[in-house]
Design a protein around this ligand. Structure first.
Ligand SMILES: [Zn+2]
Ligand SMILES: [Zn+2]
Length: 283
């Protein structure tokens, strides 16, 4: 038995209809599945849902919940960006969406000089351009700003689940910009884990880098997951699938890694809210 509480469809930047994901989830034996497309952002941003599609998103999910009742538990969420002064999980359109729970993330770290929101996920050369023009070429400043925003998010508008904590490393392949072993990086992570612990959020162990071949590790890295575990932070494994075939991608390796560091349970969502289940056996 496994669950997946973070995934996308064509309503944001995923490929495929919600139905395609449900069919695949049922076929793979997933017991609970959550739609968490990128929430509409009240400023120009690529890849998120359009405000006018939000009602349709809700009704499509409600229809699937009726159709698949008894076969799989389906839940409605959104991956909500935290952007100071622009949006957070308590924004009116998020509160009005009637979500089962929220998945929170920081993708937009700052703005390019022309006012375009700049995401650390942007491919090169935009990634390098952002570091150069916004942060004076200092990747450390960018990374520290990112973690600072995550701390601000959990302190002021905490989501139920903190998504892919160190996704900031996505474009740092080969540690081209910074090393995770540098003391300042460890400190930024540690302070952020402390804030997550204080806020009581669930920390996602995101497998997207594994099945896409971006990294040999989860988001966040194993050493961060281990520190979270020692702090008693609740963990949840999600694939962040953007295609139906990725729904349980990387799960076997991740559950095995969790077992190795002594994690006995993961937290899943069900009809009575979040609860722990023993670490699933999955291959
Ligand atoms: Zn994300
Ligand atoms: Zn996502």
């Amino acid at each position: 038995m496994t669950t997946n509480h973070h995934a996308h469809t064509r309503f944001s930047d995923g490929i495929g209809e919600p139905l395609d994901y449900v069919r695949e989830a049922v076929q793979q034996g997933v017991s609970a599945y959550t739609f968490s497309d990128h929430a509409p952002i009240p400023l120009a941003a690529a890849g998120c849902m359009l405000m006018e599609d939000l009602a349709d998103y809700s009704s499509v999910i409600a229809g699937l919940q009726r159709e698949y009742a008894g076969r799989i538990q389906l839940y409605k969420s959104l991956e909500v960006d935290y952007i100071p002064g622009v949006m957070n999980v308590n924004s009116p359109h998020i509160r009005a969406a009637g979500l089962d729970f929220t998945v929170g993330a920081v993708h937009y770290v700052d703005y390019l000089p022309d006012g375009t929101p700049w995401s650390f996920q942007r491919p090169e050369p935009v990634f390098a351009e952002g570091i150069r023009t916004i942060f004076g070429g200092d990747a450390r400043r960018m990374v520290e700003r990112y973690y600072g925003l995550v701390r601000e998010m959990v302190a002021t508008h905490p989501p139920d689940i903190v998504a892919h904590l160190d996704r900031i490393k996505k474009r740092n392949v080969g540690e081209a910009y910074w090393s995770e072993r540098e003391p300042w990086y460890e400190r930024a992570v540690e302070e952020t884990l402390e804030a997550i612990q204080g806020a009581g959020c669930i920390l996602e162990v995101n497998t997207r880098g594994l099945y896409l071949g971006e990294w040999e590790d989860t988001y966040p890295s194993g050493w961060i997951v281990e520190r979270a575990l020692r702090r008693g932070i609740r963990l949840q494994v999600n694939s962040d699938a953007h295609r139906p075939e990725h729904i349980t991608g990387g799960f076997a390796k991740t559950y095995a890694a969790l077992q190795q560091i002594g994690a006995g349970e993961v937290w899943i969502y069900g009809s009575h809210g979040f609860r722990p289940i023993p670490l699933p056996e999955w291959d």
